[in-house]
Design a protein around this ligand. Structure first.
Ligand SMILES: [Zn+2]
Length: 361
């Protein structure tokens, strides 16, 4: 099974074909380019949970964690959960984006901004399924970029959650409060392993976002964002924590143990964009015909699909002696490279043989 960031729909075929008879499989719609949108239904319980992943095609971590969750849930040892829950799972809502490794669908539409207009076939498939299932809970599964810190100048946001607002006033409607309480349970369970690395998203109401709309319609909905763990660019470690979160969510609902205070939800630090991938110190930068020695250079990796792998290209972001940013990794140039000039161009990929090995992931 693939463990890579790039997870095209074809990579899921062996998994789908290997599922036991007890799993109900159905195609609920087609993408813009005609790819099937698969629905898997497992469990026979009265509590219905609808979850969809890869609504943004290049966010595969939560999908890979579903590939862990499904066989775990189907084990004999989970018979109680199987009798309690019915899980309706869409592994890839945006198969065209998953294939092309893009956030958007094949019409360049952000499916998470199409909840009101429903202009895309993928949006309609999800909306129809929501009406049909009438879920008790929804999980909106995403991945986030490496720029996010858990709080201002905080640590890397390795996991983030949101209980979306149901109205402009962001009131604590019963469904929103329930989603918050569940997030508190997730945070409590995971924070021992990821201290200060759990963040919370901005809760400005946007009914074009699917989570906001479903919360407004009365379904507690949780946004999951699989983030970065330093050095884990394939996000296999994050995948493990997302899998933990799924299991915790089911066990919490099963034991009905989530009457936590919603105040604790607001204690989770709100995400800020204060991180960069790499800060290199001791760089000589050519700028406006001047040679500036001993500078710091901030680098952000750009993801690009090459063949069937995602490559990470180092892009120049900022330089200064004092950067108001936190880096996932910091290095100092070895002596022989300190005098090699780099001309700084914000947004340019560094293509310099001398630095290639140092900057590669
Ligand atoms: Zn997303």
């Amino acid at each position: 099974m693939t463990t890579q960031r790039y997870l095209p729909p074809s990579a899921l075929n062996p998994f789908l074909e290997g599922l036991p008879q007890t799993v109900s499989k159905r195609i609920i719609g087609k993408s813009v380019k005609g790819l099937p949108i698969h629905l898997l239904t497992i469990g026979t319980g009265n509590t219905k949970i609808l979850m969809w992943s890869q609504m943004h095609g290049n966010e595969s971590t939560t999908t890979r964690a579903l590939l862990d969750l499904i066989p775990w849930f189907l084990k004999l040892s989970q018979a109680q959960l199987q009798k309690t829950f019915t899980l309706s799972i869409i592994l890839q809502l945006n198969p065209d984006g998953a294939k092309a490794y893009t956030r958007l669908n094949a019409n360049d539409v952000d499916l998470n901004r199409d909840a009101i207009d429903l202009t895309q076939p993928e949006s309609l498939a999800l909306q129809d399924l929501y009406q049909e299932v009438n879920p008790d809970y929804c999980l909106n599964l995403h991945g986030q970029r490496t720029i996010f810190s858990a709080g201002k100048m905080g640590k890397t946001a390795s996991l983030s959650f949101l209980a979306p607002s149901a109205n402009l006033e962001r009131t604590l409607t019963p469904s929103r409060a329930k989603a918050m309480q569940l997030i508190v349970a997730l945070k409590r369970a995971i924070e021992k392993e990821l201290p200060e690395q759990i963040g919370r998203y901005d809760d400005a109401f946007n009914p074009n976002c699917v989570g906001d709309k479903f919360t407004q319609m009365g379904t507690p909905t949780i946004l999951f964002e699989a983030g970065h763990v330093p050095n884990d660019y394939q996000r296999e470690i994050t995948r493990k924590y997302i899998f933990e979160s799924y299991k915790t969510l089911l066990n919490t609902l099963f034991s009905n143990d989530f009457e936590h205070t919603t105040n604790e939800y607001f204690d989770i630090p709100e995400n800020a964009k204060d991180c960069v991938d790499l800060i290199v110190s001791g760089v000589t930068i050519r700028n406006n015909n001047e040679s500036l020695v001993n500078q710091q250079l901030a680098i952000q990796y750009e993801e690009k699909l090459e063949g069937d792998a995602v490559v990470f290209l180092p892009v120049m972001q900022f330089f200064a002696t004092q950067l108001p940013l936190k880096a996932h990794k910091s290095i100092t140039l070895p002596g022989e490279l300190k005098n090699k000039e780099i001309s700084f161009e914000k947004g340019e990929i560094i293509q310099n043989e001398d630095f290639e090995r140092l900057l590669s992931i």
